[in-house]
Design a protein around this ligand. Sequence first.
Ligand SMILES: Cc1cc2nc3c(=O)[nH]c(=O)nc-3n(C[C@H](O)[C@H](O)[C@H](O)COP(=O)(O)O)c2cc1C
Length: 401
Amino acid sequence: MNLPLTKKNILLGVTGGIAAYKSAELVRGLIKKNAVVRVAMTESAARFVTPLTFEVLSQNRVYMDMWEGDPKEIDHVTVAGESDVFIIAPATANTIGKISHGLADNLLTNLFLAFKGPVMICPSMNSNMYLNPAVQENLQILRERNTHLMEPDFGELACGDEGIGRMPDPDNIIQALECLLKKTGELSGKKVMITAGPTREFSDPVRFLSNPSSGKMGYALAEAAVARGAEVTLISGPSQLPKPAGSQVIHTVSADEMNHAVIDHIEGMDIAIMAAAVSDYKPASCQHEKIKKNREKLSMDLELTPDILDGLGKRNNGLFLVGFAAETGDLIENMKDKMLRKNCSLMVGNLVNSSHGGFGSDNNEIVIMGRGNGQVDKLPRMTKRQAAEKIFDRIVEEIKQ
Ligand SMILES: Cc1cc2nc3c(=O)[nH]c(=O)nc-3n(C[C@H](O)[C@H](O)[C@H](O)COP(=O)(O)O)c2cc1C
């Protein structure tokens, strides 16, 4: 059996926390799993455990000094390029602050910026430090950038207090790493198209019909798909969100433009997730000049916009098609009906008139309905990124069947 850690190049970053001694156990555990381990340490970490310990355990040189090494190779670029996964354990509040803000004043933080693969961070510190809003905000920045955070354990801390902040046991970290590596490769070779955000249907040069969609769900899906190794094309309506790293983004404005972009790029896609909130109707005509306020009443003819999901469902060419249903009532019935009518493989639904999250929010409370086995998963409120992971877990499960 091909185990996830066998022959994998693991870059382990060790920073100056009291739990640095546990990283020595972590190296031993990884080596037992036949991984190739290279350790990068900060100078503070070397105050807790000597580089020699890691050198002997990993059977590799330890990377600590940015200014030494082979002049023909720049360590942080070469080592980052040769590693499959980067794990920082323990990660101090200080290093978390630096990497969440793009600071790079030592070899370890340079490696973080130069590394393009999956990153796992194990924050470890006193619970007051961990719960400090500055640290929590820095962790949130990392989470949103696709970094996998392993929650610290609750228990007795080195300072004698009890609370959250302990670095998890090396065995649990190894398990989480195996899980991450399995997931990161799960969609490699697959092409995924995702639509996101609202559309704007202009009635004159300055007014349009739209909805409050922010694009957060679709962008979170793009990040999750990239993290699992997919080649991602994100077709986005107007959104303020930064481009999700690693995906190709095509910007559109109206439903017609989004439809054209979908048709132009659908060839060769394996999975299409239609998460955009597309206007159903558009003004029958768009005035060239701004409509003047010179009447008591103004009515406007609307006409249907193209039904993008329906168009893809009719192609029926082996595409795994995921539809979204944002409903204000009878969610399950509407989802079932939409899934069959639009020939979708999977349907994700959420109520948009409630306190359950939805439009604009960072959280969402979703229901996933599969066509294959008809299973309905009602998920609790969670971040959109977590919801995206659940959706991909289900997609991967259904594709395998
Ligand atoms: C005895 C001792 C234990 C420490 N333990 C931690 C810790 O567990 N977590 C943490 O974030 N900082 C801890 N610190 C503070 C860090 O060592 C300090 O912030 C340092 O600048 C971290 O540098 P680095 O991030 O470059 O490794 C500790 C400091 C001392 C003196």
